[in-house]
Design a binder for this molecule. Structure first.
Ligand code: PLP
Length: 417
């Protein structure tokens, strides 16, 4: 991306965007809210909030099973979101889009169903050293059950994946690779397209944890050629409690159902149950209908903006913050990969991350402190946690200035030489 070809957002455009996010309008302890916790969850525009209210006040109804007007309307709205997701990630077919509760459930679904179908004693599963616990624990649980081995691709001091190690780790026992696209604690953008091609040369399928990248990249599952992709609606302006598992048709057809219950069957008797077609086979029970519909509105909202420009602007925010934070005494940035997106993790020498986070809070600045559900990353850097500022396109350069000035004060209070 270059400044010549992509125009950044103007101040007027950003202030128009910000007006659509009610949470951003408030003051915290008398100071304008600076929301830098977007990697944990993004704020919601009015349209998404309205969509939830509309569902419950106008056509609340269960889906797929009703012949009445409200049920038809709710079913149509729910299924339209499947098409919106398909279009958003460039999947070939809507039947490759399964609604789940979020990234975590999507990964658990694959770990359990794939494990049952394809993993036996002595087989291997590969993940990376920078995974979120959601992309570690489900595989660990499955490997324990199936007596398989979990292997880990290491990272370097900059927080970059040692991609050459993948070649050494891949072997005839490798059954699947699951790797994060953008690290939520380091901001590293992994070269997933290259990794997928590398794995496919050995016919090993790949799951991409896109929890962070779904908001910060233009995702094209066809171009990436990933076998599975997991992401959450709440990181992309939609409601919590909804997510997606994208899977190539051939995999969804080959995997056993994850959960049993209503809607996932085509016929049930006490002797035998036959399962519904994909993707419904993987959506047992009443789904999170209202939130799926509002998730569709968040996709509409994102699609209504020029995403290339948004992403370019987000890169500018990160570069600006990365430069300016160096003015803070005792600063140590954790995660200095050459390809980064949206996330700035750091420590102030001698200062406790939690104390600094609490001080920033008194200034109306919301950041996250701790291990960010990536304890192995923290162990690698031999630190208990970091302070993490994470940006989205509604953030501004002047918010970063406020943040840097507050950090300088925090450094004076807490920094020990
Ligand atoms: N993977 C990554 C990289 C994440 O950042 C997160 C959430 O922060 C998750 C997985 C889990 O997402 P969720 O809690 O929405 O299931």
């Amino acid at each position: 991306m270059t400044a010549e070809t992509i125009r950044s957002l103007t101040n007027e455009e950003i202030s128009l965007i910000r007006k659509e996010f009610p949470v951003l309008q408030q003051k915290i302890y008398g100071k304008p809210l600076v929301y830098f916790d977007n990697a944990a969850t993004a704020q919601k525009p009015d349209a998404v909030i309205k969509s939830l209210t509309e569902f419950y006040s106008e056509y609340n109804s269960n889906i797929h099973r009703g012949v009445h007007f409200l049920s038809q309307k709710a079913s149509d709205a729910y299924e339209q979101v499947r098409e919106k997701v398909r279009n958003f990630i460039h999947a070939e077919s809507e039947s490759e889009v399964v609604f789940t509760r979020g990234t975590t459930e999507s990964i658990n679904l694959v770990a359990q169903s794939f494990g049952k179908a394809f993993v036996t004693e002595g087989d291997e599963v590969i993940i990376s050293a920078m995974e979120h616990h959601s992309n570690i624990v489900p595989w660990q649980m499955m490997c324990e059950e199936r007596k398989a081995v979990l292997r880990v691709i290491p990272i370097n001091e900059k927080g970059e994946l040692l991609t050459d190690e993948l070649e050494k780790t891949l072997n005839s026992k490798t059954k699947i690779i699951s790797v994060v696209h953008i690290s939520n604690s380091l901001g590293t953008v992994n070269p997933v397209k290259k990794l997928i091609a590398q794995a496919h040369r050995r016919e090993v399928p790949v799951l991409i944890d896109a929890a962070q990248s779904i908001a910060h990249e233009q995702i094209d599952v066809n171009d990436l050629d990933c076998d599975f992709m997991a992401f959450s609606s709440h990181k992309m302006l939609g409601p919590t409690g909804v997510g997606v598992l994208y899977a190539k048709r051939k995999w969804l057809e080959a995997l056993p159902p994850y959960q049993g219950g209503g809607d996932m069957i085509s016929g049930v008797s006490f002797e035998k149950t036959t399962y519904n077609e994909i993707p419904f086979r993987f959506e047992a029970g009443t789904q999170n209908i209202a939130d799926v519909i509002a998730f569709g509105t968040s996709i509409d909202y994102l699609q209504s903006l020029d995403r290339k420009r948004l992403l370019f602007y987000e890169h500018q925010l990160l570069s600006y913050a990365t430069e300016r934070i160096k003015e803070v005494e005792g600063i140590r940035i954790i995660g200095t990969a050459s390809e980064k997106s949206g996330i700035l993790s750091f420590l102030i020498k001698g200062g406790n991350a939690m104390d600094i986070g609490m001080y920033l809070d008194t200034q109306g600045i919301a950041v996250r402190t701790g291990h960010h559900c990536t304890q192995p990353v923290m162990n690698f850097f031999k630190i208990p946690g970091t302070i993490r500022a994470s940006f989205l396109f509604y953030n501004t350069i002047s918010e970063i200035d406020i943040f840097i000035e507050a950090l300088k004060k925090a450094a004076r209070l807490f920094h020990k030489k």
